[in-house]
Design a protein around this ligand. Sequence first.
Ligand code: F6P
Length: 547
Amino acid sequence: MHEKRDYLFTRLKQIRSQLKNISINDLFTLNPKRFDEFSTSIDDMLLDYSKVHINQDVLDSLMQLAKVCKLEEKRDSMYKGDKINITENRAVLHIALRNKPNKPIFVDNKDIMHDVQEGLNKMQKFANGIRNGEILSSSNQKFTDIVNIGIGGSHLGPVMVTQALTAFHDGPKIHFVSNIDSSHITDVLKNLDPEKTLVLIASKTFTTIETMTNANTAQKWMKKALGEENASQHFVAISTALEKTKDFGISEDRVFGYWDWVGGRYSIWSSIGLGVMIAIGTENFADFLDGAYEMDQHFKNAPLEDNIPVILALIGIWHINICEYPTRAILPYDQRLSSFPSYIQQLDMESNGKSISSSGDALYEKTGAIVWGEAGTNSQHSFFQLLHQGSQIVPCEFMLGVNKTDTNMNEHNDLLMANCLAQSQALMSGRGISEVIRVLEKRGVSHEESIRLAPHRQFHGNRPSSTLLYKELNPKTLGKIIALYEHRVFVEGTIWGVDSFDQWGVELGKELATEMLSYVQDNTKKDNKNIDSSSIGLLNKINSWRK
Ligand code: F6P
């Protein structure tokens, strides 16, 4: 396998050096059917990758690479519930959370679909109870506000999905606290009435220091306002650590469990989505799961050549490993998807930011894209300068919805779509010096001045982008989009040969923070030989400035 894999990487690099002599624009001239051949769709979603600097040869080699890396076998292994998270010895089954109840999936010889359904039923009953007022606060009032306390996967999913589905939000208001910075919880709680507030403590492990510190602060706030007895009626725990939720004082009926085979950054489909379900209702949440299920089926069954997650992933490999572009920009043109890039940052970078293979060998190829982005059109007025004229090439992933769910302002929508299309066209086509001079002169600028300005105003173009076009941002579409990106991460991780489902890279900082805390708390402590002198310098300054 290694030899074939290495051969394909070399082959792709050869094609790349030949392709450098022909621009993306020229590829369109040579092949009038390029858009049809380099785009693919399922239902109400289309991925256009014709503006990526590839040809059929590249695609064929990338598909072979996927096969040589045993992508299909590894994908099937994940769907079957094999323990593919090898450093934690766990199955990886976020797909089970959106699977149909009559389609068994086995972990350790047990069909887990029964537990999944039971978990979902418990969530639905609770969400409906909160929404229709059957479950009331300690003073018999309807809950008007929900506070989700969590971080990482226990925060980014709920926050992004709630925001994306604003048009479907008809339940209580939902607020989020994640940062350990006291300003975060202060700013959220100061506007809330404890009598009508329900707090969800979302933490897979129920040990994460940020979440537990915020949860303790919220508990004190609630107890102070409502008294020890009443406060407990205002708390819910979402976790896999049932012993720990009990120790925190949350009764079993208010605990929503999930399983170790759901990774934090893949957990929005589990009870971590409870806040979302309360906000948008159980039917919309079911549509959200359904959308993901459809993408799961597509990923599982569509031939690799038509498989959207596979294509997007292979384009990622092409850009990182062959073109050597280290970053990619995610550019959703839906304002309500403005948190999507941060969500994908965790999903992608926590999953594939590794430099050791699953078998423990050091990897010599680059892995893990650096993902960043922002909603269009705002981003056009901040970092697009660099995208168009900077010396580094950043492949762009545009995302564009055609219809708005709850507004009918065509003037806005037409401009939004025109802007998105114009940006990808400008990145690809650019504008050469002679064209710049022609345009300037047509605007009345003198010939000399046009020549002086032209280098500053030219666009080299030939910058790659893809566009994910969808009909409308609704729960089903959103489910599909998130699942698409999850599977894309899986495919890239498979090609690189990493365990995409552990996250040991976050542990050292956590450990050192515990040690550092004792020095922050006690400035007389002197046995600091394990601490570097820069940190000692900073600690001394902190102590001298501390009020
Ligand atoms: O930062 C690392 C991490 O473990 C993430 O993977 C996870 O999503 C986050 O912390 C929160 O963890 P938990 O849900 O256990 O509080």
